[in-house]
Design a protein around this ligand. Sequence first.
Ligand code: IVH
Length: 674
Amino acid sequence: MTRDATGRAAELRAQIAHHDYRYHVLDDPEVPDAEYDRLVRELLEIEKEHPELVAPDSPSQRVGARPAAGFATLEHRIPMLSLDNAFSDEDVVAFDRRVRERLALETDVPYSVEPKIDGLAVAVTWEDGVMVRAATRGDGARGEDVTANVRTIRSVPLRLRGAAPRRLEARGEVFMPVAGFERMNRIAESRGERTFVNPRNAAAGALRQLDPQVTAARPLDLFFYGVGEVDGAALPERHSEVLAALRGWGLRTCPEIGVVQGVQGCLDYYRRIGERRSSLAYQIDGVVYKVDRFADQRQLGFVSRAPRWALAHKFPADEAVTTVREVEFQVGRTGALTPVARLEPVFVGGVTVSNATLHNMDEIERKDVRIGDAVVVRRAGDVIPEVLRVLPERRPADARSVVLPGTCPVCGSPVVREEEGAIARCTGDYACRAQRKERLRHFASRRAMDVEGLGDKLVDQLVEADLMRSPADLYALGVEQLEGLERMGRKSAEKLLAALERSKQTRLGRFLFALGIRDVGESTAAALASHFGSLEPLMQASADTVQEVPDVGPVVAARVVGFFANPANLEVIARLRAAGVVWPDQPRTAPEKLPLAGLTFVITGTLAAVQRAEAEERLRALGARAAGSVSAKTSYLVAGADAGSKLAKANALGVPVLDEAALLKVLETKRPPG
Ligand code: IVH
């Protein structure tokens, strides 16, 4: 045995004990679960190699932490166990193989498959149909008495339905739905109160309130996933049938639960749920497989703290700890400087991340991020990874503060920090290569001038070669100049020129959007176009006149007027028109007289007959708003094929749903639905 292993094991135990306390007692974890799991796994590895190092206080000898002061403790007559974790398909295959070997089965094993809800385990007991007790898991043998708090959860029946057993102890997971969590945090933020890191911590905080009134005001829910002690009723032969019986007694179970055959069924389920994970109303951190037949479960039995008949298959962690190597500033289309953390590469959410956004200087100051800090990064779905928080106790002595540069890192123009907001901007405009690139990308993008084939790399090359001072230079390009660029043959050059030629036939709304006036998005551009009908009156308009356009306030009006007051912008417009960019004048209709005025549409899923962008544009031309997300203000949701979370949300909010045929009818008849 090496001294190293002894020392490292002691260090790991101390760290794990510290994190246990932060997590279970304070409800205020310092590190993400994945980091904690990593420490535990490392310790278990060492203990496996050196069994003499296993100490009574090792996490391998115990599950969970002691109850917090303030709650009475209750005993679990049947211990509340935990689950073994799998992190890969191979782990699952090995689990299934072990199960079949022990059962001496050649055929597929039926498994109950369930989302692993990211909340807190509780055991709730009903006697003669009346709810009498609820306890947290605690250390598995004793938990905290949270009866009063669980009673406040609306979905937990205080009396069971139908013929109830003399005693029923059902076990499940208390959680906070994501929407409720976000609402709660918004309110907390507006009051200047402390916000919660994630729904799990918010649920833990709510459940462990000493005052049940406080718990009652928090949006908690509970899914049941099994039973403990049951008296006076014969249980069915399968776990899935128990879940059905629980539902019969009026208990809530997760609607995504199912039964599959064999390991392939398990892995398919894992994929399916994984794809829908971000659209579920609650957070899950994996799925759970349970051998469905109780006879099989009994035969398989337990090892120390976990059953041999169940397995938690975890999703790749979407939070991880790493180090900030440097902070650099990226310059966007409007000159805004975005601080980006260059990180020690770390595997998170299924990919290796080496950059994360820090949003703006206010965020850096609020989170107190310094170069050299250990930080928690998160990557959720397709969004840009972000730095969530710093681990101050790990700050090295030589950590450096982040300083906003006085001049643009790309062009050297002065940087100004706006009074109203947190945003710092490069004042270089078209003199700044970074701004030029972003403006060009925006100008050519699909919803603007729609120049096919003008990709990111090409834009970089054009700007670097100084061929592109403003978007107007695009239409002056010739085959010779293009051919000189990397990976550009004659053929692709000609193709790009043809695409440029096609893009000249546009619409006023698209053209205005393409100009990249600050705060003028697609909707505002379309509204300006239909209000003014053509460009000249808009260019001449006063701020007051511009403000007559629906949804345009003083800030946007000032941006529009300011844009057309700038001679450089006027020159760009004149050159674009001279190059042949044209659009039909739009009939000027008072926007409130347009047939779909006042209606907001959201399109989701795949449409067969029209592109979504086109459908939205046509809706806007008829006076409607086309929005990206469903809210109570949405008038109609148009659901194409494979509509997902937006459809669910619309149904939940009672927003009327149209199919594609109904949408086409609206576009054809130019009348509101129905
Ligand atoms: S079964 C012996 N089913 O995961 C079986 N647990 O890591 C014990 N959890 O303490 C639990 N969803 O808090 C089970 N569908 C599910 C679950 C689930 C979440 C939690 C539970 C448990 C922990 C084990």
